[in-house]
Design a protein around this ligand. Structure first.
Ligand code: HEM
Length: 82
């Protein structure tokens, strides 16, 4: 295990938190932990995390950098010079 997922995940049921805003992640995890929001899996996971763990894991996911690839093909690619 190196902390790196083999893929970004593709389940419509499990949110992709890669590169998500840190404060947002902290807020959601604290909400699961306190019981303000509930989900069978996430409530269990959040309850096992200390607030320090929540900060650390949120920082980890928020700091992952992603790149996007626009759906241009070679033909539509803007030409920089002739
Ligand atoms: C350290 C591990 C994990 C972290 C940091 C984490 C973090 C989060 C966060 C921040 C959310 C809220 C996303 C949002 O509302 O935008 C979430 C939701 C969710 N997570 Fe996790 N998660 C972890 C592990 C897991 C695992 C192992 C599963 C499944 C087996 C899982 C299943 C889900 C599901 C189904 C939701 C949506 C719950 C809902 O609809 O309220 N998570 N997770």
């Amino acid at each position: 295990m190196d902390g790196q997922a083999a893929s970004g995940g593709n389940s419509p049921l499990i949110p992709n938190i890669t590169a998500q805003n840190k404060e947002y992640l902290i807020a959601r995890l604290e909400d699961y932990k306190s019981g303000k929001i509930n989900h069978p899996q996430m409530s269990l996971i959040a309850q096992m995390l200390s607030s320090e763990d929540i900060k650390n894991v949120s920082e980890w996911y928020s700091k992952i950098e992603i790149t996007i690839k626009l759906p241009f093909d070679e033909i539509n690619k803007p030409k920089l010079k002739e």
